[in-house]
Design a protein around this ligand. Structure first.
Ligand SMILES: [Zn+2]
Length: 73
């Protein structure tokens, strides 16, 4: 495994974005509007999905082994 591309396991699309958890800042809201990320809400645990597929809408991966983006303090 490995590699930089995060390919959707369902449809094979590479149009996937990182899911960002926590209380969204306005900047994160704008990033979601621009299609760069997906907001995952405040509830987070180690089984929460890490990526979102913009083509089929599925969420995949887990946060385990993935660095969680530091939220703005
Ligand atoms: Zn997909």
């Amino acid at each position: 495994m490995g590699g930089k591309s995060r390919r959707c396991p369902v449809c094979g699309s590479t149009k996937t974005v990182e899911i960002v958890y926590g209380m969204p800042s306005y900047n994160l809201y704008l990033e979601e509007k621009a299609g760069k990320i997906k907001l995952g809400g405040c509830c987070i645990d180690e089984t929460s999905p890490a990526y979102y597929c913009k083509d089929c809408g599925c969420e995949f991966g887990t946060l385990l082994g993935n660095p969680i983006r530091e939220l703005e303090k």
